[in-house]
Design a protein around this ligand. Sequence first.
Ligand code: PMT
Length: 405
Amino acid sequence: MPSPPLAKLRILLGVSGGIAAYKAAELVRRLRDAGAVVRVVLTANAARFVTPLTFQALSGQPVRSGLWDESAEAALGHIELARWAQRILVAPASANTLARLAHGMADDLLATVCLASTAPLAIAPAMNLRMWAHAATQANVETLRSRGVAILGPADGPMAEPESGPGRLLEPERIVAALAALHGPKPLAGRRVLVSAGPTCEDIDPVRFIGNRSSGRMGFAIARAAVEQGATVHLVAGPVHLPTPAGVAREDVRSARAMRDAVMRQIPQCDIFIAAAAVGDYRPTEIAAHKLKKSGKALVLELTENPDIVAQVAALKKRPFVAGFAAETQNVEKHARTKLVRKGLDLIAANRVGNGVGFDADDNELTLIWPGGEEHLPRADKLQLAHALLARIGALRAKSAKRRR
Ligand code: PMT
């Protein structure tokens, strides 16, 4: 029997105030099922939502909440607790807790332990959607991310208020899966991965452009998963509104040709190229110097074909492993197979797009196709899919290395 993903890992779970605190009880159970040893620290507000006794019963360990609890400090003081933890997970993290952690406060037990510990920190935020969207919260999240803190979620969906939007605590099983990925083996250690992500924009005039619906989430998830698996990652991104995943070197571009140039500069240094970008196939032959004016007649735009970046990489004599994507609205696998061969790829990830699927969503569903095989990855969030895609790429590379020996 393989050992569970978090076997014997000592996790300190910090629970902060909010209605989602009840889900932390389920999270303790799932963490223990995954093999972890869990100790819980509650903030004062969390203890108003769920009692320490609940967490004590579920974790099988004493629960701490106050910094000034003399008997507890005598047994396992906050510094020992900080040393004991091999991972710290704060779930749910309220807007207030997130802000306190971003600013290095030490005004309660949880914040003090986080500050005193060198254990990797993961945070699963949960709050009202407007609190999550607030510039102050987003700046705090960015600060934490830039320090290497893993931000898990939040999920998008119905809230207690009742309202719907981003701010829900990620489901406990997803939090455990994300922790397992962070903690898990590093099969890409020493490998250099290049990822393209997002749309390209082809200017028509100084104010208009031809673009597409790609948000960049799939490519950014791949970049993040590759870092989590130990790779050195370079991300070439079209115009998107996404924060850079921790540990990723990012280069922003606008047009297909700029993306091609950025990719080609990186190719000699990379082992794996994953083309998740939705590259515009055409650009206006000429970019008007001034804003085009209405003339009362139809406007005819002449378009010139853009370079096919992934095909150019695959055609190189000395080339990395090349994986492309196929975004299709019908006959998805058939078109993907044609692209796999036509572009000379090692693998293609086929996805259906349109009507709210594939593009600009947290979830996706992929069929991986390679010469001689295929694997269907059912609907899941893009980070999980990214990990599965990288696992398949790793297996294919290992197989071809064996053949060469
Ligand atoms: O960004 P999200 O909102 O998360 O959405 C994710 C996604 C749907 C954009 C992503 O999963 C995806 O499918 N990306 C590829 C989109 C695309 O352009 O597919 P395509 O079938 O048109 O192109 C096939 C492949 O050739 C792709 O790897 C593409 O990057 C590459 N290509 C295409 C044209 C071109 N000129 N150069 C290229 O390199």
